[in-house]
Write a protein that binds this ligand. Structure first.
Ligand code: PAF
Length: 283
């Protein structure tokens, strides 16, 4: 496995692989890898001859009051984990390499970036799409894999790829969960053991919502009322949003007559956690 830190070196390798007719599969990450990331890598491994991952905590997707400085980092551990799943190249640029002085270009997807995390984290998706577009130009992948836990991010990236005619196949990987249902996230490290138990309410409320919808409830308001009562019976969890939206357009839904995205964001202690499910009504 090789570790590459410069854009020039990464692009030269990608060009050579493409000349050799190799298919490049790519998983962008911000590091502090967990089994969720490794599952994306294993999936990408099956879709390409060469597997590249990036590890880059992207400053442009964090707001001024957010956790950029304290975001967990452990490169030596990440490299061992990446090697264990057959990664060929880890691209680990510095912030200066990605955003040199006088940098001034940003990619913005409008409609689908607006609700949910877009409304609560102004500029977040502009940072994500900008860095992902740059990474695609640097790694030149044929296929890229993203987790469905960041559901809105996946929708936004698919929109960008389609709108800008990027020649990259985007694949989503189902959310990877701990045995008790907690969605894996690098930010789970912020949770104390008591907070971790409280965080389980996200998964429990998603399961309850699916149960209601399977039992024939179609009113989004009714489902959301139950979700809120499971999430926040006390102030150890603060709901940031709990919304039911169209899984493709992300427009708000009043009635659940087909697949419907239930998206949650909540603060537990210092951690802001997100989770989601695509609810499917009984047929
Ligand atoms: O999902 C993430 O870890 C990040 O948003 C991504 C896609 C690596 C861009 O920085």
């Amino acid at each position: 496995m090789n570790v590459v830190a410069t854009v020039k070196d990464m692009q030269a390798r990608a060009d050579q692989w493409r000349r050799d007719g190799k298919k490049i599969a790519f998983v962008p990450t911000m590091g502090y890898l967990h089994d969720g990331h490794l599952a994306l890598m294993k999936m990408a491994r099956r879709h390409g001859d060469i597997l590249v991952i990036s590890i880059f905590v992207n400053p442009t997707q964090f707001g001024p009051q957010e956790d950029f400085e304290r975001y967990p980092r452990d490169l030596p551990r990440d490299l061992k984990l990446a090697e264990s799943v057959g990664v060929d190249v880890v691209f680990t640029p510095s912030a200066e390499e990605m955003y040199p002085q006088n940098y001034q270009t940003y990619v913005e997807v409008t409609e689908v970036s607006r609700p949910l995390c877009g409304a609560r984290r102004p500029g977040h998706f502009r940072g994500v799409t900008t860095v992902v577009a740059k990474l695609f130009n640097i790694v030149k992948p044929h296929v890229a894999v993203f987790g469905e836990k960041d559901y809105q991010q996946l929708v936004v990236i698919r929109r960008m790829v389609q709108d800008l005619n990027m020649d990259v196949e985007v694949l989503g990987h189902p959310t990877v969960r701990e045995k008790d249902g907690l969605a894996m996230s690098s930010r789970n490290v912020y949770l104390s053991s008591d907070e971790r138990k409280v965080a389980l309410r996200l998964y429990q409320s998603l399961m309850k919502a699916q149960e209601l919808v399977s039992n024939g409830i179609t009113s989004a308001a009714e489902v959301l009322q139950e979700v809120r009562s499971i999430l926040a019976p006390d102030d150890r969890l603060v709901i940031d949003y709990a919304e039911i939206r169209d899984p493709e357009t992300l427009e708000e839904l009043d009635e659940i007559n087909g697949p419907a995205l239930l998206a949650l964001a909540a603060f537990v202690g210092k951690a802001r956690l997100i989770d989601n499910i695509v609810l499917t009504p009984r047929s």
